[in-house]
Design a protein around this ligand. Structure first.
Ligand code: FES
Length: 160
């Protein structure tokens, strides 16, 4: 058939099929180069997700009645109100990271049985260190804000 095309081409073109194949090869080469560049770009582009922000608002002081110990599992903190003072204690177990739950005597880990007192000090189990306390501040709009990037000394409350 290629020979037939050569013979019947009246436009003076010697080999239109060969030109077409050359053009097709060029398109394929350019297309595969563009595809390779795109895939390399998307492969190299960082797609890290950093999870929830470590600084978040939890409500107003009056949302936490005196004596409240409110665990916010999604944020892994327990908000503790002692009279006119408020604190945020980590609910991430210092053993292997399970979420501890408030208990009668403080906090209890459901995974391997670590126990903590109300201030987060270890009283039993394999946990190697106490629960962390996080900075709590009052925003200009009167909301409480917890900063989990800022660990503070155990027993440090915000007066509200
Ligand atoms: S993770 Fe809490 S005791 Fe092991």
């Amino acid at each position: 058939m290629g020979a037939a095309l050569k013979q019947t081409d009246a436009g003076g073109q010697q080999m239109p099929r060969r030109k077409f194949l050359a053009w097709l090869s060029g398109v394929g080469l350019v297309g595969s180069t563009v595809a390779a560049l795109f895939s390399t770009y998307f492969f190299m582009k960082p797609r890290a997700t950093y999870g929830q922000p470590n600084r978040f608002r939890i409500g107003r002081p009056e949302d936490f009645p005196y004596g409240a110990r409110v665990a916010i599992d999604s944020k892994r903190v327990c908000i503790v109100r002692d009279g006119g003072k408020i604190a945020a204690i980590s609910t991430t177990c210092t053993h292997l990271g399970c979420i501890v739950a408030p208990s009668e005597t403080g906090f209890q880990c459901p995974c391997h049985g670590s126990q903590f007192d109300v201030d987060g000090n270890v009283t039993g189990g394999p946990a190697p260190k106490p629960l962390a306390w996080f900075q709590v501040s009052l925003t200009p709009s009167g909301e409480l804000e917890v900063d989990k990037d800022s660990e503070i000394q155990t027993g440090t409350y915000l007066n509200v």
